[in-house]
Design a protein around this ligand. Structure first.
Ligand SMILES: [Zn+2]
Length: 162
């Protein structure tokens, strides 16, 4: 385990979440490329039909000595985004530009991260087990995105009325 101070370079939002059963949290199939077919939302183990999304995000970070790719799971990613993966999924559905804004919003933010070697030897990346924003005015991504998207929406409404 190591703790690093780093700046965030990029977040890969092409594949940022996976789907689990909301009751037993077992991973459900069919979570490729953000396409979730309703037929596979039945949990084979506990028969629940209530899936939920959890974060699993690849991000590259720069420490004072190196640049590396790390993987960030639900608890740490929720600090970064300020909302659940389900909420972010719905937000980006309503605001298609939001996903492309995430990197602008988070670019260069400084964090103190605790990194752990993966338990699975085949896993390539260190996992982020905790993430603490270092900038005093840090706002989670969803706060800034909501602000930007609301501003854009009200601007276009104003233009229409002119
Ligand atoms: Zn289940």
């Amino acid at each position: 385990m190591e703790t690093v101070v780093c700046s965030l370079l990029t977040v890969d939002l092409n594949d940022y979440c996976y789907r689990v059963c909301s009751r037993c949290e077992r991973v459900l199939p069919g979570d490729k490329n953000g396409v979730f077919s309703s037929s596979s939302s039945l949990c084979k183990f506990c028969k629940s039909k209530q899936p939920k999304l959890l974060y699993r995000i690849l991000m590259s970070i720069a420490t004072d000595t190196s640049v590396k790719t790390v993987v960030c799971f639900d608890r740490a990613a929720t600090v970064l985004f300020g909302c659940s993966a389900d909420d972010l999924f719905h937000f980006t559905k309503l605001n298609p530009l939001a996903a492309s804004m995430v990197n602008e919003v988070l670019d260069g933010e400084m964090f103190r991260m605790t990194l752990n070697r993966p338990q699975n030897r085949n896993a390539q990346h260190m996992r982020v087990t905790s993430l603490v924003p270092l900038r005093s005015g840090f706002q989670p991504a969803i706060v800034t995105l909501t602000h930007l998207c609301t501003k854009n929406a009200s601007r276009s409404t104003t233009n229409h009325s002119l």
